[in-house]
Write a protein that binds this ligand. Sequence first.
Ligand code: OMP
Length: 232
Amino acid sequence: MTNFETRPIIALDFPTFEAVKNFLAKFDPSEKLYVKIGMELFYAVGPEVVTYAKSLGHSVFLDLKLHDIPNTVKSAMKVLANLGVDMTNVHAAGGVEMMSAALEGLGGKTKLIAVTQLTSTSQEIMQNDQNIQTTLAESVVNYAKKTAESGLLGVVCSAQEVALIKSATTENFICLTPGIRPSGAAVGDQKRVMTPAQARAIGSDYIVVGRPITQAENPVQAYLEIKNDWNA
Ligand SMILES: O=C(O)c1cc(=O)[nH]c(=O)n1[C@@H]1O[C@H](COP(=O)(O)O)[C@@H](O)[C@H]1O
């Protein structure tokens, strides 16, 4: 639990720069957030949105989930290293050689973690679509071990797998968990979900929350409630 981050990471899944600016403007400027910039926003706006979030004093997780041949991923990571983000990620399915190349390209200042099985993937989906004939937990643990072997700091997983991952790797191995829903909130496309308090109790180090905050009537209040639950 040494890496426990008290701020829930807010997934800024917005289509335009304007929408992000409007959203962030709702927060008190002294409230330093941890935000996630994912594919939609980065592809729409580009590196400028990272610079903007950093200029407001926020921490940034750049979630682009790289998955390509090792040389391409290494070169892309060299470019991303210049953005000065706090954390970024790849898909563990790219393998040990690709993850090691990513780490080399990134060069040490930015935390690098790997996605195991997406939280929108159920065991049935995994077995049918990926033809991985193990349990979902076994697949996640396998990816976590390969990620640790590659020298990365941790994984993206569902909170349901945190205990298994920590015992298969080390207590310090980061488990960043999306698929977080306050009790009673709409689950949407997520399949493996937990509440912030449950994720905390089970040992998640970071939680990522999108729609329960961004689509809330009062996003600041929703954020603070989730933060309280996470830190309880
Ligand atoms: O890498 C991620 O952040 C990620 C991995 C994963 O397995 N599941 C997952 O939901 N995410 C991201 O976490 C966020 C979750 O958003 P909400 O479902 O709206 O809370 C989205 O931006 C997803 O892209």
